[in-house]
Design a protein around this ligand. Structure first.
Ligand SMILES: NCc1[nH]cc(CCC(=O)O)c1CC(=O)O
Length: 310
């Protein structure tokens, strides 16, 4: 059964959509290949009532899937790039990065009100420290409410009237055909996305020539360039989902520009750095921008946050 590929995935609607997309691409691109999905439950799928920032631990949505990859139960894994920790375990690698979906965050509001039109004290649902810090920096009057669960559950909370608005990644909504619910895609100047947001990560084993060959045409170079720059930024800050960090890179093929951000949780301080380099030097650029942020005060913010979490 040389041509069978087993794909590991979480069981959420979005994860299944993404894994099925990779399956269809591989079967379309390679005659004779047939893919099978293996659904794997992760810690992040089991703990649904606690904000992610409080559950702690890096790679909450990936660890069990990586174990299946390492012990050969699956041949590759499909993740949201955003959920990937800065470091991969020994023996695994990013096998391919396909073209990025919309990287922006989306506002979904109950009465179709845009961000600027939200009333004073409006209740906005998000459990992301990055999102709440940036929201509060612009609108300290907003009331941030905890919001977890899969996309459907979150949408219900606003559509059924428990909150005035919620923030979700535009990519997840668009992939699931729920783009019609988006009131407004927030400009990246207003809301810097999470590192890797909107991109997929296809993870595979080192030295697996068969899988390397199968994945190779799925790579999208501009996405790879920008996402790896963002991840180099994250790596340098040793970021996890427990700290308010964002980064977004863009390339025209010749140059790459990255913006990176570290914020105080309550939004009272937003540190932002931006720089441009030759597109072949994206990772070095990500590191430089992160180091500059650290010097500008991010190191102090991050060490204080880590202390409070200990
Ligand atoms: N943290 C969970 C998660 N991981 C990836 C996405 C969305 C899609 C993506 O960024 O590819 C989401 C949901 C969300 O933030 O709305």
């Amino acid at each position: 059964m040389e041509n069978k590929i087993v794909i590991g995935t979480r069981g959420s609607q979005l994860a299944l959509w993404q894994a099925n997309w990779v399956k269809a691409e591989l079967e379309r691109l390679h005659e004779g290949v047939s893919c099978e999905l293996l659904i794997i439950k992760t810690k992040g799928d089991k703990i649904l009532d606690v904000p992610l920032a409080k559950v702690g631990g890096k790679g909450l949505f990936v660890k069990e899937i990586e174990e299946a990859l390492l012990d050969g139960r699956i041949d590759l894994a499909v993740h949201s790039m955003k959920d990937m920790p800065a470091h991969l375990p020994e023996g695994l690698k990013i096998g391919a990065i396909p073209e990025r979906e919309d990287p922006r965050d989306a506002l979904i509001s109950k009465n179709g009100l845009t961000f600027d039109a939200l009333p004073k004290g409006a209740r906005v649902g998000t459990s992301s420290l990055r999102r709440s810090a940036q929201l509060l920096a612009k609108r300290p009057d907003l009331q941030i409410e905890t919001l977890r669960g899969n996309i459907d559950t979150r949408l219900k909370k606003v559509l059924e009237g428990n909150m005035d608005a919620i923030i979700l990644a535009a990519a997840g909504l668009k992939r699931l055909g729920l783009g019609e619910h988006i009131t407004e895609c927030l400009d990246t100047e207003l809301m810097l996305p999470a590192v890797g947001q909107g991109a997929l990560c296809i993870e595979s084993r080192e030295n697996d020539d068969r899988i390397d060959a199968a994945l190779s045409p799925l790579n999208h170079l501009p996405t790879r360039t920008t996402v790896l720059a963002e991840r180099a930024f994250l790596n340098t800050l040793e970021g996890s989902c427990q700290i308010p960090v964002g980064a977004f890179a863009e390339t025209d093929g010749e140059t790459i520009t990255i913006r990176g951000l570290v914020a105080e949780i309550d939004g009272t301080r937003i540190l932002m750095e931006k720089d441009t380099a030759d597109s072949a030097k994206g990772e070095a650029l990500g590191i430089t921008v992160a180091e500059r942020l650290k010097e500008a005060g991010a190191a102090e913010i991050l060490s204080r946050l880590l202390e409070n979490q200990a």
